[in-house]
Design a protein around this ligand. Structure first.
Ligand code: BGC
Length: 755
C-alpha cells in the first residue's frame, strides 16, 4: 500500500503540475496497471462485485454478509446506504482490514434529489428548462457527496411511449431530442467535467437499452424493435449522455434482438464501446445476470460467461461474478485479460473520483450540516415544482382562485405528505413535508378554507395489495358513501371546489405498471358527486404518469397536473392556484383519451393512408377520435401567447450552411408568463419514411403582458440528419417544413429546401 500511496502522491503532483488531461490519463493507466499487477484473480473479481447494504430489495436476490465480504476483498462497491458516519466506517474497514486497501465505490439511487427532493423526473422534464435541470444536478451532487455518496444511478434516459409503464415517472418522456438534451444536462451537472472534485458525483446512465419499450407497458417485459427505430428514436438519449461524459452505464432487464441486454455483446461492446467510444464501466441492473437464467439463455455459469464476455464490468447483487468467474477462467471460457479489462475500468473510475487520494472524499460532518437541505436547495426545489406544473384546462377563468372567496379543498391528497415526495425519493424525509393544506394555512393565515377528505386515496383491493399501505395510503373505517356525502355537504357551502386527487406515490415507479390509467373508481365517484353540486370545480392532480382524463376534461372546469412535485410541492401548488405564479410546464408525454390508443406519440409516421376524418379507409379507430386528449408539448398559461407566422432567413439550405427560422412571440394576455416555444421539422421525402414531426429545438421565454420578442432557431444540415436504411447518419437533400408553435399539434410552418 505504501507503494500505491507513493505512486499516488507522484501522480497527483504530476497532474497538478501539468494540468494536462491526456497526461493525467497516462498517469492513471500507470497507476492502475501497477495496482492490477499486485492483485490476485480473486481480488480482481472482487472489484466487479456490487452489493446492497440494506433493505430496498427490488429483485429476486438480496445481498448478505456484506461486511464480511468487504473484509475478504470480495466487494468493489456498495449501495443503498449513506451518511458520513456509515461510509467512513466502511472505508475504514477496507483500509484497515483488506490487503490492498482499495476504497469502495458508494452508490445510491439519487433520482430526483437526495435529502432535498425535487419533482419526479417526468415533472422536471415538463419544465423544459435544461439550464435549471443542470443546476439541480449540481445541487444534488453537492448534497449527496456531502452525505458520503460518490455515484448515483441516474439519469434514467429511457424513451417511453406507454404511460401504463410505471417508470415513465423516472424519465423525460417520449421524445428523443428533448430526452437527449435533458440527459446531457444531468450528466454535466452531476460530473461537472471532473470527477475528482469532491462535489461532483459519478452518473450512471440507465437502463441500457430500450427498457422503456416493454411490451404492453408491463415492467420487465420483452422488447422487440427494428434497428431503424432503435437508432432514430430510442438510442439518442443514451448516446448523448455517453458523449456528454457519463462515466458509467447500467444494463436493462429486457432483451434486445432476442438477447438479454446484460449478455448482449452487440449492445455493450459493438455499439457502446466501439461505435460510441464509451470508456467508463458497465454495471448490471439489480440481479440482471442472475435473471438471465429465467430469460432462458443458460445456467449460472453460462449467463456469467455471457455477461462478462458481452462487456459487463460490474455485477449488481447477483454475485454470480464472484461465484462463477474463477472456475470460468480456469476452464478457459473467460480470459483473464477480460477480467483485467473490467477491473481496470472500475479502478479507473475510483481513480478519477480521487478515491485513492482520499477514500473519504467529500465527507465531513460540517459539510453535511451546511449542504444538506440548505435554503438554496429547498428554493431550487420550489422553483422546479413551479415550472413543472402543467395547466391542462382552464375554462371560465376558474383559475387562479380568489382567496377572498369561500373555497373547499376536497380529496385524500389535500393533507397527504408522502405522495408529494414521489417514488425513488432516496433519503428524503416525507415527514418534513408541508402538505398542500399546511401551505394554504401558512400563506393565508386566518382565511377560512373548507376541507373534506372525500374518499380514500386507494380503495381498490388489487392495487392495495401491490402498493405500500404505509405512509399515507391509510384506509379508515368510514364507508365511501359517508365520505362522499360529507364532501358534497362541504362543497355546497363553498363558491368553488378544488378536488385534489391522483395516485399514491407507489402507483408509479418501478414495478407499478397499470392496465388502466384512469383516476381510481372511488376518486372518480367523488369527482362526479362534486360536479353534481353545480359548483365550479378545479381538479389538482398529484400523480406520476399521464392519465386518461377524457371524462374529467369534458366535465371539470380546470385541471392542473402537478406530478409528484417534491418537498416544496405543496407551496408551489398553492402559489399556482392563487396566481402568485403562472403555470408554464408542458407535458413531455402524450396524454391519450383511452388506454386503447396506446402507443400514441406525436412523432409517428404518416402511413400510406394518413388519418382523414371524412374517409373511412384511413388509419384510425371507429370508436374514438384519432387525436390524443393532450398532445406532446401541451400546456396552458393564465395569460395568452400569440405566434406570428414562421419566417425563414432563406428558402434554401446548402451543405455546410445555416439558415434561421423565427417567429414573434407576444404575450397578448394580462399577466406576466413564460412560454415554451417549440420548433419541429418534417422531412417531406426520404429514402426511408420519416416522422410527421420531430422536435429540434425549444426555448423558454418570459414575457410581461403586452410584450413581444423574436424567437429564433438555427437550422443546419446536421440538425436534419437521421439514420438511413444502412444505419448511416445522414441528411438527404429535399424539401422540409419547419413548425414553430406552442405544442406538437402546431400547424404554423414554412418550407425550405436542403440542396
Ligand atoms: C432498478 C434500477 C435501480 C436499481 C438499484 C433496480 O431494480 O431497475 O433503476 O438503479 O434497482 O436500486
Amino acid at each position: 500500500m505504501k507503494n500505491i500511496l507513493l505512486i499516488l502522491i507522484v501522480t497527483g503532483c504530476l497532474i497538478a503540475c501539468t494540468g494536462n488531461p491526456s497526461h493525467k490519463k497516462t498517469e492513471m493507466d500507470k497507476f492502475v496497471d501497477n495496482l492490477l499487477s499486485q492483485m490476485t484473480l480473486e481480488e480482481k473479481i472482487g472489484q466487479l462485485n456490487l452489493l446492497s447494504m440494506w433493505f430496498d430489495t427490488t429483485g429476486p436476490r438480496m445481498s448478505r454478509d456484506v461486511e464480511q465480504k468487504v473484509k475478504d476483498g470480495l466487494v468493489g462497491g456498495v449501495f443503498n446506504f449513506w451518511t458520513p458516519k456509515a461510509v467512513r466506517k466502511l472505508q475504514d474497514m477496507v483500509l484497515t482490514q483488506t490487503r490492498l486497501k482499495i476504497p469502495l465505490l458508494v452508490g445510491y439511487d439519487v433520482i430526483h434529489g437526495h435529502r432535498t427532493i425535487y419533482p419526479i423526473p417526468i415533472g422536471l422534464a415538463a419544465t423544459w428548462d435544461t439550464e435549471m435541470i443542470e443546476r439541480i444536478a449540481v445541487a444534488v451532487a453537492d448534497e449527496a457527496t456531502a452525505d458520503g455518496l460518490q455515484w448515483t444511478f441516474s439519469p434514467m434516459v429511457d424513451i417511453a411511449r406507454d404511460p401504463r409503464w410505471g417508470r415513465v415517472s423516472e424519465g423525460a418522456g417520449e421524445d428523443p431530442f428533448l430526452g437527449a438534451e435533458i440527459a446531457k444536462a444531468m450528466v454535466r451537472g452531476y460530473e461537472q467535467g471532473d470527477l475528482s472534485r469532491p462535489t461532483s458525483i459519478m452518473s450512471c446512465v440507465k437502463h441500457f437499452a430500450l427498457y422503456g419499450a416493454a411490451e404492453g407497458g408491463r415492467d420487465y417485459n420483452t422488447t422487440d424493435m427494428s434497428h431503424l427505430r432503435m437508432y432514430n428514436e430510442y438510442l439518442p438519449p443514451y448516446e448523448a449522455a455517453v458523449k456528454a461524459g457519463a462515466s458509467s452505464i447500467m444494463t436493462s432487464f429486457n432483451e434486445i434482438d432476442g438477447v438479454p441486454a446484460t449478455g448482449n455483446r452487440w449492445l455493450l461492446t459493438e455499439l457502446l464501446r466501439n461505435q460510441w467510444g464509451f470508456d467508463g464501466f458497465v454495471v448490471t441492473d439489480w440481479t440482471a445476470i442472475y435473471e438471465m437464467e429465467d430469460h432462458g439463455v443458460g445456467d449460472r455459469a453460462k449467463v456469467t460467461e455471457l455477461s462478462i464476455n458481452a462487456g459487463v464490468d460490474m455485477d449488481m447483487v447477483s454475485e454470480y461474478m464472484i461465484e462463477e468467474l474463477p472456475a470460468l477462467v480456469k476452464a478457459g471460457r473467460v480470459k483473464e485479460s477480460t477480467i483485467d479489462a473490467a477491473c481496470r475500468r472500475i479502478l479507473a473510475a475510483k481513480y478519477k473520483l480521487g478515491l485513492f487520494d482520499d477514500p473519504y472524499r467529500g465527507i465531513s460532518d460540517e459539510r453535511a450540516k451546511k449542504q444538506i437541505m440548505s435554503a438554496d436547495k429547498l428554493a431550487l426545489s420550489k422553483e422546479a415544482a413551479l415550472k413543472s406544473i402543467v395547466l391542462l384546462k382552464n375554462d371560465k377563468k376558474t383559475l387562479p382562485l380568489d382567496a377572498s372567496k369561500k373555497i373547499a379543498f376536497i380529496g385524500p391528497l389535500v393533507k397527504n405528505q408522502r405522495t408529494l415526495l414521489g417514488n425513488w425519493a432516496a433519503a428524503g424525509d416525507w415527514e418534513q413535508i408541508m402538505t398542500l393544506w399546511d401551505a394554504l394555512e401558512n400563506k393565508y393565515a386566518g382565511a377560512k378554507f373548507l376541507y373534506a377528505q372525500g374518499c380514500h386515496l386507494v380503495e381498490d383491493g388489487y392495487i392495495r395489495r401491490m402498493t405500500d399501505q404505509q405512509n399515507g395510503n391509510v384506509i379508515d373505517d368510514r364507508p365511501a358513501q359517508q365520505l362522499i356525502a360529507e364532501a358534497v355537504q362541504t362543497a355546497r357551502q363553498a363558491d368553488v371546489v378544488v378536488a385534489v386527487l391522483g395516485e399514491a406515490y407507489d402507483m408509479s415507479g418501478e414495478a407499478a405498471s397499470r392496465s388502466n390509467i384512469n383516476l381510481l373508481d372511488n376518486q372518480k365517484a367523488l369527482l362526479k358527486a362534486l360536479k353534481e353540486t353545480g359548483k365550479p370545480v378545479a381538479l389538482v392532480l398529484i400523480n406520476g404518469r399521464p392519465l386518461t382524463l377524457q371524462w374529467e376534461h369534458d366535465n371539470i372546469d380546470a385541471i392542473l397536473e402537478t406530478w409528484l412535485p417534491g418537498m416544496r410541492g405543496g407551496e408551489a401548488i398553492v402559489d399556482i392556484l392563487f396566481g402568485d405564479a403562472n403555470p408554464s410546464g408542458k407535458i413531455t408525454m402524450t396524454f391519450p383519451r383511452s388506454v386503447g390508443q396506446i402507443p400514441i406519440y406525436y412523432n409517428h409516421k404518416s402511413t400510406g393512408r394518413p388519418f382523414n376524418n371524412d374517409s373511412k379507409f384511413t388509419v384510425k379507430y371507429i370508436d374514438t377520435e384519432n387525436s390524443p386528449l393532450y398532445p406532446f408539448g401541451y400546456g396552458l398559461s393564465y395569460t395568452q401567447f400569440t405566434y406570428s407566422d414562421v419566417r425563414l432567413s432563406d428558402s434554401t439550405l446548402t451543405d455546410g450552411g445555416n439558415i434561421t427560422a423565427s417567429i414573434t412571440l407576444t404575450n397578448s394576455g394580462d399577466r406576466t408568463g413564460e412560454e415554451i416555444v417549440q420548433f419541429y421539422v418534417r422531412d417531406l421525402v426520404g429514402s426511408i419514411t420519416r416522422p410527421v414531426k420531430e422536435l429540434k429545438g425549444f426555448q423558454r421565454i418570459a414575457l410581461n403582458a403586452g410584450e413581444s420578442k423574436q424567437v429564433t432557431f438555427s437550422i443546419t444540415p446536421e440538425l436534419l440528419k437521421f439514420y438511413n436504411a444502412d444505419l448511416k447518419w445522414t441528411a438527404e437533400p429535399g424539401d422540409f417544413l419547419v413548425f414553430i408553435g406552442k405544442n406538437s399539434d402546431v400547424e404554423n410552418n414554412a418550407r425550405f429546401t436542403l440542396k
